[in-house]
Design a protein around this ligand. Structure first.
Ligand SMILES: [Zn+2]
Length: 86
């Protein structure tokens, strides 16, 4: 299910021009075309397109992360299992 969704979203995003901000060459008007189509990324405080809950911003490994706290609940069981024992 996730695998199928990733294929769909990646295809849609690359066809639209991806998310990069800077053109790759003079006259490049396609690069970054997907920036306006994000459902979650860079939309902190805006309503989730699925349920209307405000999108939250977090940070994972010094990278910005955006999620809907209603649609993307934390699974504490799998989360703790994924952390290697020290
Ligand atoms: Zn949601």
């Amino acid at each position: 299910m996730l695998y199928d969704s990733i294929k769909i979203v990646l295809s849609r995003a690359t066809n639209a021009g991806g998310y990069m901000d800077h053109p790759l060459f003079a006259g490049d008007v396609k690069t970054g075309g997907y920036n306006q189509l994000f459902n979650v990324y860079d939309r902190a405080g805006e309503p989730c397109t699925r349920c209307g809950t405000a999108i939250e911003k977090g940070e994972i490994a010094a990278r910005k992360s955006f999620y809907c706290p209603n649609c993307q609940k934390v699974n504490t069981a799998s989360r703790s299992a994924a952390v290697p024992a020290e």
